[in-house]
Structure formats: structure tokens, C-alpha cells
Design a binder for this molecule. Structure first.
Ligand SMILES: Nc1nc2c(c(=O)[nH]1)N=C([C@H](O)[C@H](O)COP(=O)(O)OP(=O)(O)OP(=O)(O)O)CN2
Ligand SMILES: [Zn+2]
Length: 123
């Protein structure tokens, strides 16, 4: 069994309703994010690949385009723009193309925060 991973970066703005640091969070502000996508599976004996990384790259580029330099509050199917919702949103976009997806981790280095999503079955 193998695990393949790829990462992409995106920068985006959002607002957030919360009780801690409520005022700065409610104002529009931005973050730089890293998203790591992990796929698990057996290597096809003919190709030697779990999934062609070129195929994964295309799917990641399309997903990144939906987030990078966007105002996350405007993404209808995201909900509040937390790392929790970002990781499950990325999962939903990639899952049809990568059925052997096992983890999506969103990292925000500015506050050393990270959130991993393992799919609805293990939520
Ligand atoms: N469970 C979660 N809690 C919070 C999330 C989240 O995604 N999941 N996100 C936020 C905010 O996005 C917030 O902007 C982060 O605030 P903060 O920790 O203050 O970090 P910043 O880097 O934005 O603050 P600086 O003042 O720039 O250091 C909050 N909670
Ligand atoms: Zn924020």
C-alpha cells in the first residue's frame, strides 16, 4: 500500500464570526494557506502508479482556482471560512476524481494552525 501526497498554496480573504478576537475577525482580512492532499492505494502493476500525479495536478489546479485570491465568504457551498470547512470543501471537489483520497490537511502558517479532514465516514 502506498500514500501519495501533493500540496498547493492559496491566499484568500474572509471574515469570521467568533467570540474570541471578535472585532478583527469580523473585519475582512486575509491568510496564506497550504493544502495537502493524500491519496492511498496499490500501485497499478502496469503503470507503477497509484494515480498519475499529472491527473492529480490538474484536479488540484482546478480546486485551487476556486479558492486562490477569492473572498471566501462568497463561496456558496463553503459555509463559514474556517480551516475545517476549507478542508472538507477541498475533499468534496477532489473526491469524484480521486476516490482513494484519505486526507486533506489545510495549514495556516501565520498562526501555526492546521486542520485535517478524513471524509464523512470518519468525521
Ligand atoms: N477552529 C477554528 N478556529 C478558528 C479558525 C479556524 O479556521 N478554525 N480561524 C480563525 C480565523 O481565521 C482567525 O483569523 C485566526 O485568528 P488568529 O488566531 O488571531 O490568527 P491571525 O493570524 O489571523 O491573527 P494575527 O493577529 O495576524 O496574528 C479563528 N479561529
Ligand atoms: Zn481569519
Amino acid at each position: 500500500m502506498y500514500e501519495l501526497s501533493k500540496e498547493f498554496r492559496f491566499d484568500a480573504a474572509h471574515t469570521l464570526q467568533r467570540t474570541v478576537d471578535a472585532d478583527p475577525s469580523r473585519r475582512i482580512h486575509g491568510h496564506s494557506y497550504r493544502a495537502e492532499v493524500v491519496v492511498r492505494g496499490r500501485a497499478d502493476p502496469e503503470t507503477g502508479m497509484v494515480i498519475d500525479l499529472g491527473l492529480l495536478d490538474r484536479a488540484l489546479a482546478e480546486t485551487r482556482d476556486g479558492l486562490d485570491h477569492r473572498f471566501l465568504d462568497e463561496i456558496n457551498d463553503l459555509g463559514p471560512a474556517t480551516m475545517e470547512n476549507l478542508s472538507s470543501w477541498i475533499w468534496r471537489k477532489l473526491q469524484p476524481i480521486c476516490p482513494n483520497l484519505v486526507r486533506v490537511t489545510v495549514r495556516r502558517d501565520s498562526d501555526n494552525g492546521a486542520c485535517s479532514y478524513y471524509g464523512a465516514e470518519t468525521a
